[in-house]
Design a protein around this ligand. Structure first.
Ligand code: ADP
Ligand code: MG
Length: 702
């Protein structure tokens, strides 16, 4: 680490020193001046204007108040109220964390600048955990023009060590002064020109110390664009390389088995199903390895597509596997595909964690000698002792439950010298921008059409007061011969509280729906598999009117006669999960209902979710909203698969337009120069060689 340039340790910046430098490394991961320059403000505040306490309203996004500390009230050491006044009025500020530290700082009579989001409490406006700065920070600073000051991430430890907002600003100022000149332009001239991007020096200067609003926007756009551009370039490059490579099992034929199955289908395929099967078929015969993501809402008929794809592999002399995330789902898949496979004569088998040793041995042998054509299973399929004769197609259902490492294990199961084709199916609609990033290296097929005859599901929001009416409604439905799901939230399978709510709820339902004549079944994750299966089967076969369950039924369960889905404590579920659950009804020909039960008091966000659920059945719309509300990292299903690289400034949720532009640009570059060997693309090649772009390509066998 040198004393100048981007590698300079930040300890050499004025006012930092070895101690603070070590702390900055520990708390923020920043070690060098170059890294410091890439620590962007997460917010800008207009330090030039203050709001009077009397004028603060709860609907303001934030307020900056300059006021004196009037008095401090401690509430049992866990909450501290600090009353402040500015002549126009008094306001309470509330602290739950770092109380000791705040108490020492906020001495009565001293003046501070308080910055935060006003909230309404007991008919008054207060500030919860405002940022508190010395008055001198506000409106000062030589570089602060246009009134905007960047706010950087900080921690209590940093603040305690004197690394305040003001200190950060100072540090950044010197770092820019001394090191900006060393930062090299990271985008080729022609791309900056084509895409209207400002140079890197302008961007870095203005992201930290914006000259004005417009300069800040330009800086942000450039930095976000660059980040998304390189991400897309690296993903697309993988795709280009793969589609030009020869490395894939060629499956030129459709085969007898496919045709026999197709001809005996009890229904015509939807247009979307046909289109998707054609896409898959073309991939499989191309001689390149297929890596395709199949997205389709619950009930869109993905199973059918999976079966027909598997039969293509069979028709070319290969085996296929279908891997599901849970035992119940694997069993259900296995059961469902039997009727389609019957006319084909293909031998299929099931392999899960609870397969008996003797069955297991038989299945292992059948896979090894090739007599089993299609194997359905869980993680048990990727165990080391499972050996295929010639696996040609791996279908992974509900992919989000699998980590990438597990996927790659499956890839390696192939013994025919080329990787198996891969079809990943997901029923969790993923917003386009997120799909482009999570699966940017995959081809994407979408089934955007439901089989005909589906009736829309009427979604109703109700609170506890409506319970008697709900029970009456449920009884009417049962009298009509329909079945009902009642679902309780089970966010954490081991959480005691959740089980209590399920148990209490089940008791109440059973009390209100006594046997005879009503029959109820209960299913949850803690039951033994046999018990779970028995209860699930009872409901599926119509021997129970009501299935009381935790979210284990979230995916896959297909009971067309079930026409009512009651979701208890619906506010505790995310949008995607609610949507998945609702997808369990509306599969038959009867009118279906989804009842969302919630408490009376709902947070703004919960209310928004519930209202959206009542307003639309479009899974993609809901997923978009979910992503906007919770961010892509918290979206159902994305935690495990994760973003291929972490983004510093761009947001997949919010920067969709920039992402599209960056993707288009990357695509155009690669179309012209797939290997990036032309002179003007040398910079791109160099950048992609950096560690962070070494995204693992799990579609390849190592
Ligand atoms: P997904 O797995 O996408 O949620 P499924 O494959 O389980 O959906 O299909 C849902 C239901 O629709 C099943 O009962 C299936 O037999 C039926 N189905 C599938 N394709 C069609 C079609 N083209 N026409 C009518 N029904 C269909
Ligand atoms: Mg399914």
């Amino acid at each position: 680490m040198g004393h100048d340039g981007l590698d300079m340790s930040i300890q050499f910046l004025p006012g930092v020193g070895p101690k603070r430098a070590a702390l900055l490394k520990k708390e923020l991961g920043v070690e060098t001046a170059g890294e410091l320059l890439r620590l962007y403000p997460f917010r800008y505040i207009d330090r030039s204007s203050f709001v009077r306490i009397a004028d603060a309203r709860p609907d303001m996004a934030y307020v900056q108040i300059r006021a004196q500390v009037l008095r401090v009230e401690m509430h049992d050491m866990r909450r501290m109220s600090v009353w402040i006044g500015d002549g126009s009025g008094e306001m309470e500020t509330v602290y739950f964390k770092g109380i000791k530290w705040m108490q020492e700082k906020l001495t009565v009579g001293s003046e501070f600048v308080f910055f935060g989001k006003p909230t309404a409490f007991n008919g008054r406006v207060n500030l919860v955990h405002p940022e508190v700065d010395a008055v001198s920070v506000a409106g000062s600073g030589s570089t602060v023009t246009g009134g905007m000051t960047g706010v950087y991430t900080s921690t209590e430890k940093l603040k305690n060590a004197g690394v305040t907002g003001k200190a950060m600003t100072k540090m950044m100022e010197t770092a820019l002064e001394r090191c900006l000149g060393y930062v090299e332009e990271s985008l080729p001239e022609y791309i900056m020109r084509q895409c209207g991007l400002v140079p890197i020096h302008f961007a870095l200067r203005n992201i930290h110390f914006p000259k004005d609003m417009q300069a800040l926007e330009k800086a942000k756009y450039r930095l976000k664009f660059e980040e998304l551009f390189y991400l897309q370039l690296s993903l697309l490059k993988q795709k280009y390389v793969r589609s030009r490579g020869e490395h894939g099992i060629q499956m030129p034929r459709v085969g007898e088995e496919f045709n026999r199955c197709y001809e005996s289908l009890p229904f015509p395929l939807t247009g979307a199903q046909k289109r998707v099967i054609t896409e898959i078929r073309n991939d499989m015969k191309s001689g390149h390895q297929m890596n395709r993501l199949l997205q389709g809402d619950v009930g869109s008929g993905k199973t059918m597509v999976a079966v027909l794809s598997a039969l293509i592999a069979i028709g070319n002399g290969y085996q296929a596997c279908i891997m599901a995330p849970t035992e119940v789902l694997a069993q259900q898949h296995f059961k469902n595909i039997q009727k389609f496979l019957a006319p084909t004569g293909v031998r299929s088998a099931l392999l899960t964690g609870s397969s008996k040793t003797s069955e297991r041995r038989e299945v292992h042998a059948g896979l090894e000698d090739g007599s089993i054509g299609i194997i359905v299973g869980t993680h048990a399929l990727i165990e080391d002792n499972v050996i295929f004769r010639n696996l040609g197609l791996a279908i992974i259902d509900e992919q989000h439950r699998f980590g990438v490492e597990q996927r790659s294990k499956l890839w390696r199961k192939s013994t025919c010298g080329a990787p198996p084709h891969v079809l990943v199916m997901t029923a969790t609609p993923i917003p386009r921008t997120l799909a482009m990033t999570l699966y940017g290296d995959l081809d994407v097929s979408v089934i955007d059409e439901l089989p005909p005859g589906r009736k829309p599901v009427q979604t109703i929001h109700a609170t506890d007061g409506k319970r008697p009416a709900l029970y009456k409604f449920m009884k009417d439905q049962i009298a009509l011969g329909r079945q009902i799901f009642v679902v309780y939230p089970l966010i954490n399978e081991t959480e005691k509280l959740d089980y209590q709510s399920l148990e209490a709820g089940a008791e109440e339902i059973i009390r209100n729906f006594p046997f005879p004549p009503y029959k109820t079944a209960v299913v949850h994750g803690k039951q033994l598999n046999d018990v779970k299966q028995f209860n699930m089967d009872a409901f599926a076969a119509g021997r129970a009117d009501i299935l009381i369950a935790t979210s284990v039924i979230e995916v896959g369960v297909d009971v067309p006669n079930a026409s009512v889905m009651v979701i208890e404590s619906a506010e505790r579920f995310g949008l995607s999960q609610l949507h998945q659950l609702r997808g369990r009804v509306g599969r038959g020909s009867e009118k279906s209902y989804c009842v969302l039960m919630t408490g009376h008091k709902l947070s703004k966000e919960s209310r928004h979710r519930i209202e959206l659920m009542c307003a639309t059945e479009n899974g993609f719309e809901l997923a978009e909203e979910d992503m906007k509300m919770r961010g892509p990292g918290d979206l159902e299903g994305t935690q495990q698969s994760g973003l291929p690289i972490s983004l510093n400034i761009a947001s997949i949720a919010k920067d969709g337009l920039i992402l599209n532009a960056a993707r288009d640009c990357a695509d155009a570059v690669l179309k012209e120069d797939p290997t990036l060997h032309s002179d003007r693309n040398q910079l791109l090649r160099k950048e992609l060689r950096k560690d962070k772009y070494q995204i693992k390509d799990y579609s390849k066998i190592s």
